[in-house]
Design a binder for this molecule. Structure first.
Ligand code: AMP
Length: 437
């Protein structure tokens, strides 16, 4: 399928061609026609699959065709479409995508988020903005201050809905939705479809078309995942070794705490590796500058905390490192989604210490396979991470029958095969019986 069959107008097709996209990804093929038909959708799609264009392109088309023959000017302090996102980084990134896709259109867009002075954002709203990309907290502030009204809005997009709920935005989202005109088109995108996401969808969205992107080999990110079992005290030395021994040119390194981020940067620097860090403790303008320098290649190694994880889209990013495994499986999925974007190949490496065993079990259970393990003779391990049980379940499901005998068998098979190539026997492994929601 080509973009031209999707009933998008010439200026949009030209912008897509300029970007070098040759064909729509799976989510784009499914979502674009439905959005163009005016229906609501709920889409389960992970970041990296091209989901932003799957709602931005038809949204631009809708706005262009709806208003092209009318003289109806957008009034001041009004918007026509609202895209709610969990983080400032994602707001900036989605707005940047809109600007690229709308470069031949007369459509205005703006990113609005907290942590920066609100005055400039208020100024921009004075003349009205066609598409506003916003984080919930700042958006609500603006509506309370009556510098933004929703009476001309006709489309709402909830992007990364699961993440917004994880971050505790549900009350803000509900308050925002209460203020929107009833007659509007709603699009909800979420990497995972938890009960909470479904309940939000039920309250917000009317008879939606459900779209789920599974196992489309063409658009699936090709991410080679591997891990190293390592003693906690050796992690920074191992990371330095990996960087220098493999001559890595760039990596995005995820860490749990901002203190940890600062410490790791100085540990790397002591070993001659220049790195930078972004986390919630750094001012927004500094974060943006660092991110841009990382994107342009001026900064080769960027240490980021979870808060900075969303919204980082670096086309060429070939490698992410989980210096710490995240507590939530979804975070792991989102993190590794930073690489291998839109069909490119990438590598996701985790440094796992024994006290992360539970997290590892949960991640591998969700993936449905054990992650390949590599060993480095320079880093003998005192406390090896055991092999996971693939039927690891969180408490709620423990009453169900288990497949532990299968798991043990698989683990034994793993051990018998080359230990540094652990995933080779993937086909022998049981399917994940209870994929965590
Ligand atoms: P997203 O899932 O929206 O974060 O998109 C991931 C990356 O894929 C972004 O860098 C987009 O620019 C890129 N992308 C989106 N659609 C396509 C396409 N049809 N062909 C090639 N790249 C694409």
């Amino acid at each position: 399928m080509s973009f031209s069959t999707l009933k998008l107008s010439i200026p949009i097709l030209n912008a897509i061609t300029d970007l070098g996209y040759t064909k729509p990804t799976a989510i784009q093929q499914k979502a674009i026609p439905v959005v163009l038909s005016g229906k609501d959708i709920i889409a389960a799609a992970q970041t990296g699959t091209g989901k932003t264009a799957s709602f931005v392109l038809p949204l631009l088309e809708q706005l262009t065709s709806r208003y092209k023959d009318t003289d109806k000017k957008l009034r001041g302090k009004r918007i026509r479409a609202l895209i709610l996102v969990p983080t400032r980084e994602l707001a900036v990134q989605v707005e940047a995508s809109i600007s690229m896709y709308a470069k031949y259109l007369d459509i205005s867009s703006m990113a609005m988020y907290g942590g920066v002075d609100a005055q400039e954002q208020k100024q921009r709203l004075i003349w009205g903005v066609d598409i506003l990309v916003a984080t919930p907290g700042r958006l609500l502030d603006m509506t309370h201050q009556r510098v933004l009204h929703f009476d001309e809005l006709d489309m709402l997009v909830l992007d990364e809905a699961d993440r917004m709920l994880d971050m505790g935005f549900i009350d803000d989202i509900n308050k925002i939705i209460e203020r929107l005109p009833e007659h509007r088109q709603n699009l909800l995108f979420s990497a995972t479809m938890s009960d909470e996401v479904r309940s939000l969808a039920k309250r917000t969205i009317h008879r939606p078309v459900e779209i789920s992107i599974v196992a489309d080999k063409a658009s699936e990110p090709k991410i080679a995942q591997w891990l190293v079992s390592v003693d906690k005290s050796n992690k920074s030395a191992l990371l330095s070794h990996l960087i220098t021994a493999h001559d890595w040119q760039q990596a995005l390194i995820f860490i749990e705490t901002k203190q940890g981020a600062a410490k790791l940067v100085s540990q790397l620097e002591k070993r001659g590796i220049t790195a930078e860090s972004i986390h919630s403790g750094r001012a927004q303008d500094i974060r943006e500058k660092i991110l841009n320098n990382f994107k342009s290649g001026k900064i080769k190694f960027l240490v980021a905390t979870a808060i900075a994880a969303r919204g980082i889209d670096i086309g060429e990013l070939s490698r992410v490192i989980n210096y710490d495994l995240p507590a939530q499986v979804d975070d792991y999925i989102h993190r590794i989604g930073r690489t291998g974007r839109a069909g490119a190949s990438g590598e996701a490496i985790s440094l796992v210490s024994k006290d992360n065993f539970r997290e590892l079990c949960a991640i591998e259970s969700r993936l449905g396979h054990i992650i390949e393990r590599k060993e480095f003779v320079e880093f003998p391990v005192k406390k090896t991470v055991p092999l996971s049980k693939l039927n690891y379940v969180t408490k709620y499901a423990e009453s169900k029958s288990t497949l532990s005998s299968n798991s043990t068998l698989s683990s034994n098979n793993q051990r018998k095969s080359n230990p540094s190539r652990g995933t080779k026997s993937k086909d022998n492994l049981p399917k994940n019986p209870w994929p965590t929601k």
